[in-house]
Design a protein around this ligand. Sequence first.
Ligand code: AMP
Ligand code: GLY
Length: 425
Amino acid sequence: MKVLVIGGGGREHALVWKIAQSPKVTKIYAAPGNAGIAELAECVPIKATDIESLASFAERNRIDLTVVGPESPLIAGVVDVFETRGLAIFGPSKEPARLEGSKVYAKEVMRRYRIPTADFSVFSEPHSAAEYAHRRFQEGAKGLVIKADGEAAGKGVFVVHHLDEALEVIHSLMEERVLGEAGARVVIEEVLVGEEASLMAFTDGATVLPMLPVQDYKRALDHDRGANTGGMGSICPLRLVTPELQQQAIEQIIHPAIRATRDAGIPFRGVLYAGTMVTEEGIKTLEFNVRFGDPETQAVLPLLENDIVEVMQAAVECRLDEVTLQWKPRYAVCVVIVSGGYPGKYETGLPIEGLDEAAQVPECVVFHAGTRREGDKVVTAGGRVLGVTALGDTLAQARGRAYDAVRCIRFEYMHYRTDIGMKWV
Ligand code: AMP
Ligand code: GLY
């Protein structure tokens, strides 16, 4: 069968890598892909958000299954367009994708379905948001989290510790509209303290098949300092989330969210991802994403035994109850290498050395994110450049291998965190 993967980051490389292992698959296309993906798939220069062109491509090339990586096309309704044309596609349609597309909608679902989450209020007027922040700090709040309602490519969440900071964020989001319409409404919520865990599950709208729990490292610098990023590394499984805690999260978070989408008329099919905080009062929801995490996927898929194409087809055909997921009893660590300056400004077009050496490290795979080929060289083409994943019998072994491979790789201004997984070994 022929598979099309939409996207061109590290997550999509990991998806293509896993899909390529399926004996059912004869040909993979990626739109737009990257230099690493190009070794396994035919890359076609169509943007992930150009839904009409993607659907026409899939029709013309008789694609049997399309897999969507990033959130933007899902939120824009790529699944609805494909399904109208009778094309099989893995991912939620536009209505359930609102769980990620609107923070306000997600929080309202959490409230209505009693999904554990931080207390919150919603504001569409800057002065009432400011008044509220004022009052909360007066009442002794140690901090607040301010979230732009709309899609903001991970840039819409601000954790603030002083009133001045809160007022500045409210002003820039709601009045200056630095994130455009995403700032028309904001959610202001309490700060949760604990360990973050990413819980992803395959679902067909009825059956839920959880993946192993993953920890994502969001901050740019070691020891969780620096700016929030798309993710600087990941480890799997995160043992902090015991099987009991995971079961609790499935019952209290994942199932009610899926029920909410059923009640709203279109059940969720695809991967539902709950970003959670394990607090002293139990596990609470930070956000919902309607897709695989990046870089969570780079750590979780190498541990999956199943043919992922069979799992996705079963989800699309609403027969996920026929599938049991099997996991390798091992550990995976993914270290992301970024361009110096990321998540701010950075240079691109810099040649990358040492990729072949890195791939020689035992049980290691180098997933490409922002890379492209220039002649016989691979050069940088984005903020997150590579995700180096290694497996091991222990977390320490996986970590050691991942960093051995990272040290083989060189490009100008490269940066990576040195503490991925460190506190759990
Ligand atoms: P979100 O996109 O809502 O997951 O937020 C992005 C990141 O901001 C999360 O991964 C957390 O690191 C942080 N964050 C979001 N909400 C909270 C909260 N209520 N308390 C503490 N940190 C938060
Ligand atoms: N790693 C966080 C995300 O994929 O949203």
